[in-house]
Ligand binder design. Structure first.
Ligand SMILES: Cc1cc2nc3c(=O)[nH]c(=O)nc-3n(C[C@H](O)[C@H](O)[C@H](O)COP(=O)(O)OP(=O)(O)OC[C@H]3O[C@@H](n4cnc5c(N)ncnc54)[C@H](O)[C@@H]3O)c2cc1C
Length: 548
């Protein structure tokens, strides 16, 4: 006879109970264990009961779910192995039960206890950016413009969004002709650009053909991505918790873009199968009121801001790319040093500040250096004291670079509309290769089309804008995130335009706060002809190790 499993709280599970529990927990008697094979709604409800119960989690699972007919456990778990629709039906049948548990035993954060993986395929780059604008609780991954060539056709047509409002307007032909021309130009420049890159940086003996081909192809894709319009269709995979999805759906439903509102509906449909109880408020009465609130605020401010919008001046030269440190705290060093000391003092923060105000510069530096320590690589991050110093940047740079920088989440970022007003960038490689004529001509045609469409259809016109055009956005971030962003985004394998932004952010902060920036040792200030080559060589080394 087997001994009953006994958990930390002295709870014993008899043989029958062990059999019932075993498929759903990683261990029957250890005090640290995982949940498995359970639908998200059950995990969420289980955890929310956990906070209001004296019982162990395994006991709650057994008594209040597995053995409670009203939970619909057997139907929900059984159907999870079959189809999503059956699971939805089973979950809906037990909805009263889950409503009671989720609402009765938790606050809003209960919806963080269940998550879902979602694939959003064939969405425009405007939609991809809207999804990736999420910060807490959403982890996106997007098809890369560097490793994937974007000139495939389906039924003889390039993959870009035929936006319904545009396609039913008088601008439809112009829209298709302009975007086809951009994709044709991208396709026709791919081989010559690759040939130029290979001629300029020939393969050396230490580099394998695989690594070389991969790095040179990536370089050509990087150079040409500026031709891709925001209508370009891509795929984004998201993992997120219910609460983050609910907020994301609410924002999408409130968007002025038809595509985003439709996307919200499709996402809701999929999430209703996976985590219905967590996302239902995005579209119920409360959700609709929230959407209206967001729409109203946007429209109110846009109406008021209208009179401040400068009139476009055609004689004006296009702006240059720029990274401007707009604001920083002159007292940042003292504030950071005070919070470095804070955990070790039995004093209020104001008293810690007073102490630091009296310290000599050398003494402050000693404390800063002790705190930063001997960083061996960029993963050795200084602690939270560095969250005390904030910086605001205003950036005007190509949309391609914006798309990359926008992916950072531990900061505040906001952009202006996608437009052609600030001109575009032409990569130096195309100029050197004598290929810039066709590239520039396609972009100029896109600018003309945008200017015509935007007067009638301000949102749909933004799909025309290719990634070479500049966009303006602001970034407000703390010193800790600045370390991460500048060191990651200046790494040799990065795209040159965002590397330049990261390098400029670093030098501007170093100029105003040399002691705070001193620890940022892994910002790479060099330029590279073939950014991916070292990363590809490292990949070769890993592949060789695996096959040995
Ligand atoms: C060379 C390179 C190639 C890339 N290629 C691709 C690509 O092909 N496709 C693609 O989609 N993206 C790509 N990215 C973008 C990348 O996936 C990230 O989106 C980007 O680096 C920003 O995220 P982050 O975690 O580095 O930094 P931030 O979002 O700024 O976060 C800062 C830190 O906070 C922590 N953090 C933030 N959010 C979370 C979270 N949800 N969970 C746990 N910890 C968190 C992490 O420690 C993180 O490093 C690439 C980036 C680089 C540098």
């Amino acid at each position: 006879m087997t001994t009953p499993a006994r958990d930390l709280w002295g709870d014993r599970f008899n043989e029958n109970e062990q059999t019932l529990l075993a498929p759903f927990v990683t261990d029957l008697d250890q005090s640290v264990f995982g949940l498995r094979n359970l639908p998200e709604v059950v995990k969420g409800a289980l955890f929310s009961r956990y906070s209001r119960s004296d019982k162990s989690l395994r006991r709650i699972l057994l008594d209040e779910f597995i053995n409670a007919p009203e939970s619909g456990f057997a139907a929900i778990v059984g159907s999870a192995r079959e189809t999503g629709t059956e699971q939805l039906v089973a979950t809906q049948q037990a909805e009263a039960f889950y409503e009671r548990v989720l609402i009765g035993y938790g606050d809003d954060s209960v919806a963080e206890l269940g998550g879902a993986h979602l694939a959003c395929e064939g969405i425009s780059n405007i939609a991809a950016k809207a999804l990736e604008d999420s910060r807490i609780g959403i982890s996106p991954l997007e098809k890369s413009t560097r490793y994937v060539v974007f000139n495939r056709k389906r039924d003889g047509r390039y993959h870009y969004l035929r936006e319904p409002a545009l396609m039913t307007s008088c601008h439809a032909d112009r829209y298709e002709a302009t975007l086809d021309h951009l994709f044709d130009t991208y396709s026709s420049l791919l081989e010559p650009t690759m040939a130029f890159v290979r001629e300029r940086t020939p393969r050396d003996e230490q580099t394998s053909e695989r690594a070389y081909n991969s790095a040179t192809r990536a370089k050509a894709c990087d150079v040409l991505r500026g031709l891709l319009p925001m209508a370009t269709l891509t795929n984004v995979g998201l993992f997120g918790n219910g609460r983050a999805f609910e907020y994301l759906l609410t924002k999408l439903y409130a968007s002025p873009f038809d595509e985003l509102r439709d996307l919200a509906g499709s996402m809701q449909h999929a999430l209703d199968v996976l985590i219905p109880s967590f996302v239902k408020r995005a579209k119920n009465e409360r959700g609709q009121a929230y959407q209206q609130y967001l729409r109203d605020a946007r429209e109110r401010v846009a109406g008021l801001a209208d009179k401040y919008v400068p009139q476009p001046n055609s004689s004006q030269a296009p702006a240059q790319s720029a990274v401007q440190l707009v604001e920083y705290d002159p007292h940042a060093e003292a504030k950071v040093v005070a919070v470095i000391l804070y955990p070790y003092l039995d004093l209020p923060l104001t008293a810690a500040r007073e102490i630091v105000d009296q310290l000599a510069a050398e003494e402050r530096l000693t404390l800063l250096r002790a705190y930063v320590g001997d960083r061996q690589n960029r993963f050795h991050r200084p602690g939270r004291a560095f969250e005390e110093a904030y910086y605001t940047f205003d950036i005007l740079a190509d949309l391609g670079a914006y798309r990359d920088m926008q992916r950072h989440r531990m900061l505040t970022q906001e952009r202006q509309d996608y437009t052609v007003r600030h001109g575009f960038i032409t990569p130096s490689e195309l100029i050197e290769a004598g290929l810039s004529g066709r590239y520039n001509a396609a972009l100029e045609q896109a600018a003309e089309a945008f200017d015509i469409v935007v007067t009638d259809l301000p949102e749909p016109a933004q799909y025309v804008v290719p990634m070479a055009f500049r966009v303006r956005w602001r970034i407000m971030l703390n010193l800790r995130e600045l370390y991460h962003l500048c060191e990651l985004r200046s790494a040799p394998q990065g795209h040159p335009t965002y590397r330049a932004i990261a390098q400029s952010m670093y030098t501007q902060v170093r100029d105003v706060h040399p002691t705070l920036a001193e620890g940022m040792r892994f910002v790479d200030m060099y330029e590279y002809a073939l950014e991916r080559i070292d990363a590809e060589r490292r990949l070769d080394a890993k592949l060789t190790q695996k096959t040995v």
